[in-house]
Design a protein around this ligand. Structure first.
Ligand code: AMP
Ligand code: GLY
Length: 424
C-alpha cells in the first residue's frame, strides 16, 4: 500500500513510525512532515489545510490510504474532501469532528444523552456571561467554543479573573471567532486521564491509558501548553474506572453520534477527570493526542494499518487490540520560553544515539533541515523523547537518561514528568 499522513508534529511522527512498521505498507508519504519523519518517509511540501493539493497528490500518486492527524483539518472537513474524491481516508467527517470543534456541541450532546460531565451554561453575549458570573461559584472554568490550539480554556479562581476571562475570549478575541461563543462550566477536581480509542461508527475499542502534563513548569505551574510530557499506562485508570467508562461514556458517546446522524469513525480521545463522584468527561478530541500518541503507539502490538482499515470498513469488532505489558514515558524537549516567546533555528545534536537503542525514540515535533542540511529547532516543542521500561519507574529513569543524549541551545524540559507515580 501507499499511505499518506497529513501533519508534521510529534504525534504524526509517532503515527508515521507505527504505520511504517506495517508489513502492508510499501511507500509512506507525509505532508508536510518534519526532519524526523523524513528519515523513513517522503515528506511533501503541502500544508495541512490545503485539501485541494492533498487530494490531487493522493490521486496522482495512487495513495491507498490517507490518515489525517491534526484537529484543524479534521474540523474543517479534510476527510469529506478525500471521500468526495473517492479516496480512502481515516478520520471523522466534519459533522463528527465537531465533537472537538465545538465545546457547546459536545456539552449539549453529553447533556442530552446523560454522559457524565461538568455542569455548564453556553453564552453568545458577553453581557449575559458577565451577569451569570455574579452569582456563580468560584473557581469556574471558561472555554472558547471553537479550536484554540488547546489554549482556549481559562480556570478562574476569583470573580475578577472570570470577568477578565470573558473579556479576553469574547471582546479582545484572543482566539478569534472561536470565542464568539463560550461555555462556562463547573470546576472539577481529581486526577486527569487521557484515553484514546479507535471507533468504526459503531464499535469503540480503547487503547492503553495515558496522562499528560499540560503546564509549562514543574509542579504543574506556569502556562498551559500543548503538553510537556506523558506517561502510559495511568495507574489511576483501574479496571473499575474502565468498566464505568465503557458503560457510561465510551459506548453512549458513539451511539449518541450515530443517533444524531453524525457517525463517528476515526480516533476518539476522551479527556477524563476522575472525580470523587466518578469519572467525568473534560473534553473530547477527534484525533490522536499529542504527546499521548508518543507513549501509546510504541506499546501497541497490532498492525495499525489493519486497525485503520477495520475502522473504515466497520469491522473493528473483529480486531483484538493488544498492548505490551510495559510502560512508556515521554519528556518533551522545548525551546526555552515556550509557550510564549522563543527562538528557533538552533542545530540539534545527539539524535544518532536513538538509532542504535531499542525502546528509545526521539519523536520530532518542531524540527527542520537548514540550508546546510543540519537538523535545527523549528518550534516551541522540539522533540518528544520517549523510552519504554518494564514499569513506569523504569521507563521514567530511561527517558530522563535519554534526554541527556540530545543537545541544542535553549533546551528546556520539565523534570517531574511521571512524578505522580511516586505517590502510589
Ligand atoms: P480542555 O482543553 O477542555 O481539556 O481543557 C484543558 C485543561 O483545563 C484540562 O486538561 C484540565 O486540566 C482543565 N480543565 C478543563 N475543564 C475543566 C473543569 N471543568 N474543571 C477543572 N479543570 C478543567
Ligand atoms: N495532549 C492533549 C491533546 O492532544 O489535546
Amino acid at each position: 500500500m501507499k499511505v499518506l499522513i497529513i501533519g508534521g508534529g510529534g504525534r504524526e511522527h509517532a503515527i508515521a513510525w507505527k504505520t511504517a512498521r506495517s508489513p502492508k505498507v510499501q511507500k509512506l508519504y507525509c505532508a508536510p512532515g518534519n526532519a524526523g519523519i523524513a528519515e523513513f518517509a517522503e515528506c511533501v511540501d503541502i500544508g495541512v489545510m490545503d485539501f485541494e493539493k492533498q487530494v490531487a497528490f493522493a490521486k496522482e500518486h495512487e495513495i491507498d490510504l490517507t490518515i489525517v492527524g491534526p484537529d484543524d483539518p479534521l474540523v474543517a472537513g479534510a476527510v469529506d474532501a478525500f471521500e468526495t474524491a473517492g479516496l480512502k481516508v481515516f478520520g471523522p467527517r466534519k459533522n463528527a469532528a465537531c465533537l472537538e470543534g465545538s465545546k457547546s456541541f459536545s456539552k449539549d450532546l453529553m447533556k442530552k444523552y446523560n454522559i457524565p460531565t461538568a455542569a455548564y451554561e453556553t453564552f453568545d453575549s458577553s453581557e449575559e456571561a458577565l451577569k451569570y458570573l455574579e452569582t456563580a461559584k468560584m473557581p469556574i472554568v471558561l472555554k472558547a467554543d471553537g479550536l484554540a490550539l488547546g489554549k482556549g480554556v481559562l480556570i478562574c479562581n476569583t470573580l475578577e479573573e472570570a470577568r477578565d476571562g470573558v473579556k479576553t475570549l469574547m471582546l479582545d478575541k484572543q482566539f478569534g471567532s472561536s470565542g464568539d461563543r463560550i461555555v462556562i462550566e463547573e470546576f472539577m477536581t481529581g486526577r486527569e486521564v487521557s484515553v484514546l480509542s479507535f471507533v468504526d461508527g459503531n464499535t469503540v475499542k480503547i487503547m492503553t491509558s495515558a496522562q499528560d502534563h499540560k503546564r509549562a513548569k514543574d509542579g504543574d505551574q506556569g502556562l498551559n501548553t500543548g503538553g510537556m510530557g506523558t506517561f502510559s499506562p495511568s495507574p489511576f485508570y483501574t479496571e473499575e474506572v474502565d468498566f464505568f467508562c465503557q458503560e457510561h461514556i465510551y459506548k453512549p458517546t458513539v451511539q449518541a453520534m450515530k443517533e444524531e446522524g453524525r457517525e463517528f469513525k476515526g480516533i476518539l480521545f476522551f479527556g477524563l477527570m476522575l472525580t470523587e463522584q466518578g469519572p467525568k468527561v473534560l473534553e473530547y478530541n477527534a484525533r490522536f493526542g499529542d504527546p499521548e500518541t508518543q507513549v501509546v503507539l510504541p506499546r501497541m502490538k497490532n498492525d495499525i494499518v489493519e486497525v485503520f482499515e477495520a475502522c473504515i470498513n466497520g469491522t473493528l469488532d473483529e480486531i483484538n487490540l493488544q498492548f505490551e505489558d510495559n510502560a512508556a514515558v515521554c519528556v518533551v524537549l522545548a525551546s526555552d520560553g515556550y509557550p510564549e516567546h522563543y527562538e528557533k533555528g538552533f542545530p540539534i545534536s545527539g539524535l544518532a544515539a536513538f538509532k542504535e537503542k531499542e525502546g528509545y525514540y526521539a519523536f520530532h515535533a518542531g524540527s527542520k533541515f537548514n540550508d546546510r542540511g543540519e537538523i535545527v529547532t523549528n518550534g516551541g516543542r522540539v522533540l518528544g523523547i520517549t523510552a519504554l521500561g518494564t514499569d513506569l519507574k523504569d521507563a521514567r529513569a530511561n527517558a530522563y537518561e535519554a534526554v541527556k543524549w540530545v543537545s541544542f541551545e535553549n533546551k528546556y524540559m520539565r523534570n517531574d514528568i511521571g512524578k505522580a507515580i511516586d505517590e502510589l
